[in-house]
Design a protein. Structure first.
Length: 254
């Protein structure tokens, strides 16, 4: 294990959320210990991101230190353990505003086979149809089949039309290349038929069958119906975050 992971306190080097994201981190600044840590990183997805992990009170105190050190520099996004509650002065120094609360889920166990007919899509040929489906089914997502780390997309068709889709991006390092699911969307007329669960199950099974040690996904914390679906499929919430973005941000980074 090398690179950004080696710069973190020992506890965090085996954390699955960290192992999913940290291999892409560059120019890492670390403050903290095994109880709590705040890191500032560059990555292909986010320039100058701030990530906090561990005890919320300790993270809050560490963030004050980081904000004082980095006042006046622009930052892309920040995710902190829920309850860290940075004050307005800290957010102002980092150039960020509140955006959302979200949970990070992961599983290493294959769910049952989906009951609906889910097909694997072609990242090039089916890209226009995937985008058309997302425009109606999940218009706020930043997921896109043309993204640089996309590994697979799956869909459900009604006739020739895609009525539901989900994508997966490759995350992690060479020793643990996991899959992260994103872009789940079902058109309004096809909802309440179990298609979201079927798409998630199919993508999860495909990732594990491809050798991913785990498959992960994120969801807005208030989405209780989605939470119930994911837990039923074997996912467990392993991290709870509040996120902060640049003023006027319409959606999180892909």
């Amino acid at each position: 294990m090398s690179g950004a992971l080696d710069q973190l306190p020992v506890r965090w080097r085996s954390d699955r959320f960290v192992r999913t994201d940290a291999p892409a981190w560059r120019d890492v600044v670390v403050r903290g210990d095994d109880d709590a840590v705040v890191v500032v990183v560059d990555s292909p997805r986010i320039e100058r991101a701030v990530v906090g992990l561990g005890d919320p009170g300790r993270v809050r105190a560490l963030l004050h230190q980081v904000a004082a050190e980095r006042a006046g520099r622009a930052h892309g996004w920040m995710s902190l353990p829920r309850g860290s509650a940075p004050d307005e002065a800290v957010l102002s120094r980092l150039g960020l505003t509140p955006f959302s609360s979200w949970d990070w889920f992961a599983t290493d166990a294959a769910p049952p086979e989906p009951t609906a007919s889910v097909v694997r899509l072609d990242l090039v040929h089916d890209a226009p149809a995937i985008r058309a489906c997302l425009a109606e089914a999940n218009p706020t997502t930043s997921a896109d089949p043309g993204g640089p780390h996309e590994v697979a997309w799956f869909g459900v068709r009604a006739g020739a039309e895609l009525v539901g889709v989900i994508g997966a991006g490759r995350r992690g390092g060479a020793d643990a290349p996991s899959w992260h699911l994103h872009g789940l969307g079902v058109r309004p007329e096809a909802r309440r038929q179990g298609l979201g669960a079927a798409l998630t199950a199919a993508a999860t099974r495909a990732g594990l069958e491809a050798g991913a040690p785990w498959v992960s996904l994120g969801m807005y914390a208030s989405n209780e119906p989605a939470r119930r679906v994911y837990e039923r499929l074997g996912y467990a919430c392993e991290a709870r975050f509040d996120s902060f973005g640049p003023p006027g941000s319409g959606h999180p980074p892909a």
